[in-house]
Design a protein around this ligand. Structure first.
Ligand code: HEC
Ligand code: HEC
Length: 202
């Protein structure tokens, strides 16, 4: 048997064992369950205030990872811990499927975003900061498979808070410390500029 055929066989066996093996949720069920989330995250995942991250159009795998980590309190201190605590694995899959279907509203541009854009697209060689776009994509689309969240249109205030928390090591759920290592090299100015740029990125 060739390696390819073997891999294919394993793939089929996994699928056969359980259609839910990949945690695929039901968006219709998720929509109902999301009523308790809408006060902060909006009905379709476009949140009402910049301290609440937009969830609309985010990758399913990323949303689901965060909810599991809020529930197990491994993302760090967060108001989401108590909210995620009663959720079952199925709830998490359904809610993630629902919010991923939404379309994120990108913020209106006002002002000069060039410093943030330079950092986002080119990093800073002298300071050893890689380009954000290398992982989060040229349009801030991220990658579901690679576990890189979409950033496009996200509120600047939330992005800045996330970066400050990675920098301080308060948020520590990033695989291989990927974001903590990068955020450690960002100045407050870098954080402000790149967060503003992300909010208008599409
Ligand atoms: C009281 C307001 C509130 C409610 C209700 C709420 N959230 Fe949140 N949510 C937040 C805040 C604040 C954050 C940012 C938390 C942080 O950074 O620690 C957040 C973050 C998240 C994130 C992470 C987003 C990211 O980009 O990393 C997900 C996923 C999420 N919430 C899902 C939900 C779901 C699903 C529900 C309903 C079951 C819900 N939230 C209800 C306030 C709320
Ligand atoms: C090597 C890949 C990589 C690079 C380069 C990278 N990131 Fe990330 N980033 C990640 C990963 C992986 C996560 C998700 C961590 C997790 O699982 O919660 C993440 C998460 C984030 C988050 C949290 C999103 C949310 O919704 O809570 C922000 C904000 C962020 N990155 C901003 C940036 C910025 C700004 C840059 C450039 C200065 C950057 N990233 C460069 C891999 C990367």
């Amino acid at each position: 048997m060739t390696i390819k055929a073997l891999a294919f066989g394993i793939g089929l066996a996994t699928l056969g064992a359980s259609p839910w093996a990949f945690g695929e949720g039901n968006p219709a069920a998720g929509k109902k369950k999301a009523e308790t989330c809408s006060g902060c995250h909006g009905e379709d995942g476009n949140s009402n205030a910049p301290i609440f991250p937009k969830l609309a159009g985010q990758h399913v795998a990323y949303l689901s990872k965060q909810l599991h980590e809020f529930r197990s309190q491994s993302r760090g201190e967060s108001t989401m811990a108590a909210i995620a605590e009663p959720l079952s694995d199925e709830d998490i899959a359904d809610l993630s499927a629902w919010f991923a279907k939404g379309t994120v509203h990108v913020e209106e541009e006002e002002g000069d975003y060039s410093a943030g854009e330079r950092l986002y697209r080119g990093g800073n060689l002298a300071k050893g900061i890689p380009a954000c776009s290398a992982c989060h994509g040229p349009h801030g689309e991220g990658s579901g498979e690679a576990g890189f969240p979409a950033l496009r249109g996200q509120y600047s205030a939330y992005v800045a808070k996330a970066l400050r928390e990675f920098k301080a090591g308060e948020r520590r759920n990033d695989r291989n410390q990927m974001m903590r290592d990068i955020a450690a090299k960002l100045s407050d100015e870098d954080i402000g500029a790149v967060s503003d740029f992300v909010s208008v990125l599409k």
